[in-house]
Design a protein around this ligand. Structure first.
Ligand code: A2P
Length: 275
């Protein structure tokens, strides 16, 4: 199943998250994920595993054209020329001629150059080095600024999203602008969402695992989840969410787990810095 993007491209409805996998573990986990059927693979310069992702793709024997490989420009490389060099570096480490999806990893307010990085991605897309361009961890005001500077709307905004942090307002803005939401930490790792009644009840009603209920919630809301697992059985389980449909009430109950305090793992993009 694919999700259509504003620029005519399409990406799989579920992708594989690779942070914090490194070294041999990354090659092994990405390899088994590809065997399980993942074709959208999410990496970043700052994950320090692009070479391993490239290696796993080559070892898989699956045709290059089947993959959607996405990487992200770090905060230290937002200046225009550095952003171009950063993407070229990603291509070299991945062993690819073209990046399928290029994202700006964080807006990094103290650097205040994310609009320059966006101009670089717009030009890299024009020159064919990047197929689809987008951002990550952007608030609506960050989106507005880069659209203002370039007239180009990102195809994707990859943000933290899980039942405790369902991003209701941001997703409404994405819908208005025609942006696809990708979800990092889609399962809400370590925050016990599996044990919450709306998740447990939906899973029991459909005879699936709590993780499958949460991933199905993403797919039905139109967000593209990027679950990470090192375990081949869980990797398969996380793709196997097409044999059931959650009801509107089940979807709403899971979204209702949103914490009033906005509980999240990552920092607020207005203050959080990742170089
Ligand atoms: P593991 O790699 O041992 O499978 P998120 O993608 O939200 O960040 O969550 C990732 C965490 O959730 C990892 O620790 C992963 O552990 C675990 N995980 C991934 N898929 C499942 C699943 N289907 N059931 C239980 N835990 C899972």
């Amino acid at each position: 199943m694919n999700t259509a993007l504003r620029d005519g491209a399409a990406i799989p409805e579920i992708g594989f998250g690779t942070s914090p996998l490194k070294g041999k573990d990354a090659i092994r986990a990405v390899g088994s994920a590809i065997e399980a059927g993942y074709r959208l693979i999410d990496t970043a310069v700052n994950y320090e595993n692009e070479s391993e992702v490239g290696e796993a793709i080559r070892r898989s024997g699956v045709e290059r054209a089947e993959f959607v490989v996405q990487s992200k420009i770090p905060g230290r490389d937002h200046a225009y020329d550095r952003a171009v060099a950063s993407v070229r570096g990603s291509l070299s480490r991945l062993g690819l001629d073209q990046l399928d999806v290029g994202l700006i990893h964080w807006p990094n307010p103290s650097v205040d150059l994310y609009a320059d990085a966006w101009r670089a991605l717009v030009d890299l897309q024009r020159d064919g080095l990047v197929r689809v361009i987008g951002v990550s961890n952007f608030h609506p005001h960050h989106l507005a600024r880069i659209v203002d500077v370039t007239g180009v709307v990102p195809a994707i905004n990859q943000v933290e999203m899980h039942p405790y942090f369902p991003q209701v307002a941001l997703r409404a803005e994405h819908e208005r602008l025609g942006i696809i939401t990708e979800a990092w930490s889609p399962l809400g790792k370590g925050m016990n969402a599996y044990g919450e009644a709306p998740v447990r009840d939906a899973a029991a009603a459909h005879g699936v695992s709590p993780a499958q209920a949460i991933l199905r919630w993403h797919v039905q809301l139109g967000s593209v989840p990027l679950p990470k697992s090192e375990n081949p059985q869980r990797q398969r389980e996380n793709l196997d969410v097409y044999g059931f449909t959650l009801t509107d009430d089940e979807l709403a109950a899971i979204t209702g787990l949103a914490r009033a305090d906005g509980r999240r793992f990552g920092g607020d993009p207005d203050t959080h810095e990742e170089m």
